[in-house]
Structures are given as structure tokens and as C-alpha cells.
Design a protein around this ligand. Structure first.
Ligand code: ADP
Ligand code: MG
Ligand code: MG
Ligand code: MG
Ligand code: MG
Ligand code: MG
Length: 683
């Protein structure tokens, strides 16, 4: 959740007085980093994941699964344990880290140190994730389980959904009708963030997900669980005044979005140019991975007609004023802003030739004074615009003790704005005084119920990132099409129902395809003998960084209309290929794998991960979202009225935990031969 500064947080009326101060000094801090580190080069591939959990407590007698609000104690305990482990071992690198998150029922874990590009590290991801989960599980209470659910199905339902129970009437930060103050991490940053989003916006956030209309869902659906007549907070009438839509699941607090769990990956690039190139190349991949990892069809006790969290989180932190949202003419606010501060990327950032300006084709307001200041400092207009775009936002949480900073040694003001721009990709400059280089964070994926899946998607994305760089791929499509893909990715069963915009020719002009023709059809073969066009390879034991940018052919002119560059494809075609001209991302990954020196056992393990992605894409395996939806709809207590009651929720949580532990079969979702052959040394 970004930085956790300590001190006294300012309420919105005070904080907003310092907005320009924070922006001015934030930019100064970025410029100090830039001046010192813009030429930093030669960093190796280091990468890492972040896995977020919800701690669920099971009352087996009452068949009730609730969110445990013991985050503070659990984290203290885990930190004591991990500190002891580190001092026993005399090092911290192998000891995982547990972090706080927004929800008081959440935990986040990261590996003790980032993985390198080595093959053994690639194959250690699943074990590392399982180790972290086991560690968390071991130090919880007997009936508590850390679960990797993207959304908790009964968060915000009437009655009891947390342990202990709190009354939503006490929600002094969010003023929610549904969730109490105590679902939020008590650290001052989080309640302040919640309250300041509401105050800045001028109303509560309003989230409306289309309801999944089942055979016996009452129509029109006017939600009987909304306390329409409550009168405690000034915003209470908003629901009946139009904020809550008919035939939708209405939610009104930051916790509904930031209380979701996800799976993130961070990659260190060789240098800043490679970081910018990788960022851009992954922008069109983000919605594809969102669709493939879809895991969140249940919200506030209902089945929704969407499969993913993305738009919920975006709306849950949408702090834009009415003027910024275009509902009123600009008077007090400075810009009309099309998106929430949680949203998909609006600008490509590479300054290399493949990035044609026409690709960044949506409205992305930027602060002109900041833009000029960055340019005057010597920063190219593309990066200057990216930063000036992030910096249209106000800082939401300011600690009075932290207002005056030494801009040469702190990056706190910079991070204040940067880390509350929650986009599909994040371009992460090196921190001050650290050995860490320029990084890119991939943020769209939903967390999966099992670590086999989480590892599979991590391995897929890291391999894809290497294949993309190694083969000089070009994945640019207009950002407006990426945004359309984000919307499609969240629709119910997107894999079967949607097509996605993707680039037709995925190689940079003048770059040979590593796939020879005719393409072989067996995409699951770990080694495609034709993959290298017969060119002898020097095989490497390590995935590397530092790929020179593709050379611009002398004859190349950016004259073809960009509309000719992309088409619509199914996920199966994007992942598994359509024809020789459109080989599919997996085939390129296999070609890349063929440049690595791996033993058979390693190939088998990697193929198991890639097979999960292959089969999700071709529909022969279902997503967690589909599995969860099917589970609810086939539960004996389900009345085909779109309601997920306490008993169904309990049985669902039990089932998910059993799948995770490998004691329940769900072959349509995770066939045992895929994930249980893995020889996970030391687990
Ligand atoms: P945030 O919450 O700000 O995104 P975290 O610290 O929670 O960041 O997670 C950062 C991830 O980046 C972790 O998986 C960590 O292992 C990984 N990481 C740490 N150092 C590097 C590095 N130099 N290059 C790439 N990844 C790194
Ligand atoms: Mg997190
Ligand atoms: Mg984190
Ligand atoms: Mg974070
Ligand atoms: Mg336990
Ligand atoms: Mg992160």
C-alpha cells in the first residue's frame, strides 16, 4: 500500500493548503533522483511478487466464515517470528516480509529478497509463496486461515461479517451504510485516506456493479439490504437520492475496493530506457492478464454480472470533485479528469521510436507548470508529461511532522503523489540511497486461490517480459483500445464472450520472427525444435536484462494509419496463436525458453505453469470467477435469487481452502496432474 509515514495526519481542509507544497517538493525530489540516477545502467534482472491475503475466521458450528480483524496482532507476531528467524540465520534475505494493507483483515507478503533471473529462482517462486502462506497460517489462531480471495463475498452485508462484530454506524471515516470503521487498518494513514477521499470528492464514493440476474431475482431489483432510511451521517440520503442504482450492487466506501486482494509483480530494468520500454510493452498485456485471472464475482452478498475487481477499486477511491468529473463547469478545480486515481494507464512513456505519439490517444490532463519545469530541467517531453499527469492529483494524506523535508535525501513528497496513482503499471524510480534500480510494477492481476496459480501467472509474466525484450516485440495499440479491453476483461466469462484488441504484427519493423513456418501446433511442447530458425544458440542459465532497443530500419516511416495495426482477437488467439502471422504469446515464450539452458525436470515444471495459462485462455480450464459463480449456483441453499447467504459463503470458503490444500478435487478448475506433480524441494 505504498509508504507508511508516521505522525499526525491533517484533515482535508488543512491538508489541501499544502497540496502545492507537496507537489513542488515532490517534483524537486524526483529531479534529485533523476539527476543522480538517470544514467544508472547495467542493473540485473531482479523481480518479486506481492501476494495479498484476507484472514478468514471459521465458526464451524454456526457455518459462518467472517473476516478476522486481528491484523495488528498478527503482523506483530509475524514480524517477531521473522526477525527471530533472520537473527538465527544471520541474514534476512531468505526470510519473507509481511506488510500491512488497507483492510484490517488483510496481510501482504513479499519474498525475503527479490528473485534473480536464474532458472532455480524462477522455480522457487511457488515454494516461496507456499512457505509464506504456511508461515502466516502457522501463527494465526486455530480457526483463522489466510486466504487469497480477491473479494470477500459478504463484506458489507447486514449483520455479522467480521470477528469481532462492529456496527457500521461507527464508520466515522467513510460514513458507510455497510462497513464499520474497524474494517480499516487503524494506522492513521488509512482512516485519513478514507475520510479525505470523501471530503475532497464532496460525497461518499459510489460503486455500482451490475447484478447477475438469476431465475428468481426480483425485478426491478431494489436492494432490501440497503438501509435506505438511515439518518446518522449527512451523506446517508445519498443512496436514495440516486447514488444506488436499480439492478445493481451498490457499495459506498473505500474498503470495498482497497479491501480487495491482488497479485503484483515488480521487475528491475537494466536502465531507465529499458524500464520505460518494458512499461509500455506491458500496458496492452494488463487487461489480458486481468481477464485470465478473473476471480471476483461476489460482492456484498450478491452475485455480480462482472468477474473482476478493477472497476470497484477505481470507484472506491475516486476522489474527483464534481467539477473534475465534468458534472459542473470548472470553478474551484483545475482540471476535468476522465479517470479515478486508480485506473488504467493513460500515457505510454517510452521515448524510443516505436512509441508513436498517436498511440496515446485519450485525454490525459497534465499540469502545464510542472511539465515546463521538468522540460526546463532537461527531461524529455514524454516522461515530463507522464509525471505532470500523475501530479494533477492532490496529496490525500499529509503528516504535519513531514511537511518540511530535505529534498536531496527524501522522496516522501514524491511518493505521496506517485503511490496514490494506482494504475495498471507503475514506473518506479530508484529509492533514495538504496542499491535498487529503475523498476516497473505490473498491477492488474487478481490474486488466485492457490499458490500454484499465483506462481504460474508470475512465471508467465516474467517470461513474457523477457520474450518481449529479447525478440524486439512491438505491442503498441492505441490506449483507447487498451481501455476498451479493460472494460471487456471484467465482463462475466470474458474468455468465452469477448474479443480483445491486439497488435497484428507483434514484431518491431525489420525484426525477424523467432517462429519458423509452418508453425507446429503443439503449444505445450517444452522445446519447439523449429523455434530458433535453425540458428545455433548459446544457451544461458539466467534470464537477463539489458536488451538493446530495436534498431529503426532506414526505410521505416510511421505512415500507415494506426487503425491498420490492430485487430480483435479472442484470448485463445492472443495466448495460443491464430496463424503463422499471429503466433500467440505462448509460442514466443517457448521460443525464448529454448534459449535457456534447462534440464528436463525444469522444463516440465515450467510447462505446468504455462499450461495453466494456455488452458485458461482456450477455455478448457475455468477461471476462479467462473468456479466461484458455479459453486454458488449449484449450492443447495442457493435460491436462484442472486443472494450469497452466510451458509453458501461458509461452504465456499471451506471449499476454496480445501482446494488450496490439495484435498478437494476441482478438475475443471485445477486438475491435480497440473499442480501436484511439482517437486517442490524443501516445502
Ligand atoms: P510496493 O507495495 O511499493 O509495490 P513492495 O515492497 O510491497 O512494494 O514489493 C516490492 C516487490 O519488489 C517485492 O516483491 C520485492 O521482492 C521486489 N523487489 C525488491 N527489490 C527489487 C529490485 N531491486 N528489483 C525488482 N524487484 C524488487
Ligand atoms: Mg499491496
Ligand atoms: Mg506492497
Ligand atoms: Mg504498495
Ligand atoms: Mg492455524
Ligand atoms: Mg505493489
Amino acid at each position: 500500500m505504498g509508504l507508511l509515514s508516521l505522525g499526525t495526519p491533517l484533515a482535508w481542509d488543512d491538508a489541501k493548503k499544502y497540496a502545492d507544497h507537496v507537489r513542488t517538493h515532490g517534483i524537486a525530489q524526483f529531479l534529485h533522483i533523476w539527476d543522480r540516477l538517470k544514467d544508472r545502467a547495467g542493473d540485473e534482472l531482479l523481480w518479486g511478487d506481492e501476494v495479498e491475503y484476507m484472514v478468514v475466521t471459521f465458526d464451524n458450528g454456526k457455518k459462518h466464515a467472517k473476516l478476522s480483524l486481528r491484523q495488528t496482532e498478527i503482523l506483530e507476531k509475524l514480524q517477531t517470528i521473522t526477525n527471530d528467524m533472520a537473527s538465527d540465520r544471520g541474514e534476512t534475505d531468505s526470510v519473507p516480509t509481511f506488510h500491512p494493507e488497507y483492510g484490517r483483515f488483510m496481510l501482504e507478503s513479499t519474498p525475503g529478497s527479490p528473485y534473480t533471473g536464474s532458472i532455480p529462482d524462477l522455480l522457487s517462486v511457488e515454494g516461496d509463496m507456499r512457505y509464506r502462506r504456511r508461515l502466516a497460517r502457522k501463527y494465526l489462531k486455530p480457526h483463522e486461515i489466510p486466504m487469497t480471495m480477491t473479494s470477500f463475498p459478504r463484506l458489507g452485508t447486514p449483520g455479522v461479517f467480521t470477528e469481532p462484530y462492529y456496527d457500521p454506524a461507527d464508520a466515522v471515516s467513510s460514513h458507510s451504510l455497510f462497513v464499520p470503521e474497524e474494517i480499516t487498518n487503524p494506522h492513521a494513514r488509512f482512516p485519513t485516506l478514507t475520510a479525505n477521499i470523501r471530503r475532497r470528492r464532496g460525497s461518499k464514493v459510489a460503486i455500482n456493479l451490475p447484478l447477475y440476474i438469476d431465475d428468481r431475482t426480483p425485478r426491478p431489483f431494489v436492494d432490501p439490504t440497503i438501509p435506505w432510511q438511515r439518518n446518522i451521517y449527512p451523506e446517508d440520503p445519498e443512496a436514495k437520492q440516486g447514488a444506488a442504482l436499480i439492478d445493481h450492487v451498490y457499495m459506498d466506501a473505500m474498503g470495498f475496493g482497497m479491501g480487495c486482494s491482488c497479485l503484483q509483480l515488480t521487475f528491475q530494468a537494466c536502465n531507465v530506457a529499458e524500464a520505460r520500454r518494458l512499461y509500455d510493452l506491458l500496458v496492452p498485456v494488463a487487461p489480458i492478464m486481468l481477464a485470465l485471472t478473473a476471480a471476483s464475482p461476489l460482492w456484498r452478498g450478491y452475485i455480480a454480472d462482472v468477474d473482476c475487481r478493477w472497476d470497484v477499486v477505481a470507484a472506491s477511491v475516486d476522489d474527483r470533485t464534481e467539477e473534475e468529473r465534468g458534472l459542473k463547469p470548472l470553478k474551484e478545480s483545475r482540471f476535468q479528469i476522465p479517470k479515478s486515481r486508480y485506473g488504467s494507464v493513460s500515457l505510454y512513456i517510452s521515448d524510443e521510436w516505436l512509441n508513436r505519439p498517436e498511440y496515446s490517444d485519450i485525454e490525459a490532463p497534465f499540469d502545464p507548470a510542472i511539465f515546463e519545469r521538468l522540460k526546463d530541467h532537461g527531461i524529455d517531453p514524454i516522461l515530463a508529461k507522464h509525471m505532470a499527469h500523475l501530479f494533477i492529483r492532490d496529496p490525500l494524506v499529509i503528516f504535519s511532522e513531514m511537511i518540511d523535508q530535505d529534498d536531496t535525501t527524501s522522496n516522501d513528497h514524491f511518493e505521496n503523489i506517485q503511490s496514490t496513482n494506482w494504475q495498471t503499471l507503475r514506473f518506479k524510480p530508484p529509492p533514495v540511497n538504496s542499491p535498487i534500480g529503475w523498476r516497473v510494477e505490473f498491477r492488474s492481476m487478481e490474486v488466485q486461490p492457490t499458490d500454484f496459480e499465483n506462481a504460474a501467472f508470475a512465471v508467465f509474466v516474467v517470461l513474457l517480459s523477457r520474450a518481449i525484450l529479447n525478440y524486439n516485440m512491438n505491442l503498441y495499440i492505441p490506449i483507447s483500445k487498451v481501455d476498451e479491453n479493460m472494460a471487456r476483461a471484467q465482463r462475466r466469462d470474458a474468455i468465452h464472450t469477448q474479443k480483445f484488441y491486439f497488435r497484428k504484427d507483434v514484431f518491431a519493423p525489420g525484426q525477424p520472427s523467432p517462429i519458423s513456418t509452418p508453425a507446429s501446433s503443439g503449444t505445450s511442447s517444452p522445446i519447439d525444435p523449429t523455434a530458433t530458425n535453425g540458428i545455433p544458440l548459446h544457451k544461458e542459465r539466467k534470464m537477463r536484462n539489458c536488451f538493446p532497443p530495436p534498431l529503426k530500419p532506414e526505410t521505416w516511416h510511421p505512415q500507415n494509419p494506426i487503425e491498420d495495426e490492430y485487430d480483435e482477437y479472442t484470448l485463445d488467439e492472443i495466448i495460443n496463436g491464430k496463424n503463422d502471422h499471429f503466433p500467440g504469446l505462448l509460442k514466443l515464450i517457448y521460443a525464448y525458453l529454448d534459449t535457456l539452458d534447462m534440464c528436463e525436470h525444469e522444463q516440465v515444471r515450467i510447462t505446468q505453469y504455462l499450461d495453466l495459462v494456455r488452458r485458461r485462455a482456450n477455455g478448457s480450464l475455468i477461471t476462479p470467477a467462473t468456479w466461484i459463480r458455479n459453486f454458488v449456483r449449484s449450492h443447495p441453499a442457493y435460491k436462484f435469487d442472486s443472494v450469497v447467504n452466510q451458509e453458501i459463503n461458509y461452504d465456499l470458503m471451506v471449499a476454496v481452502d480445501e482446494i488450496e490444500r490439495g484435498i478437494r478435487e476441482a478438475p475443471e478448475f485445477l486438475p491435480p496432474h497440473l499442480c501436484r506433480n511439482a517437486d517442490l524441494n524443501g516445502i
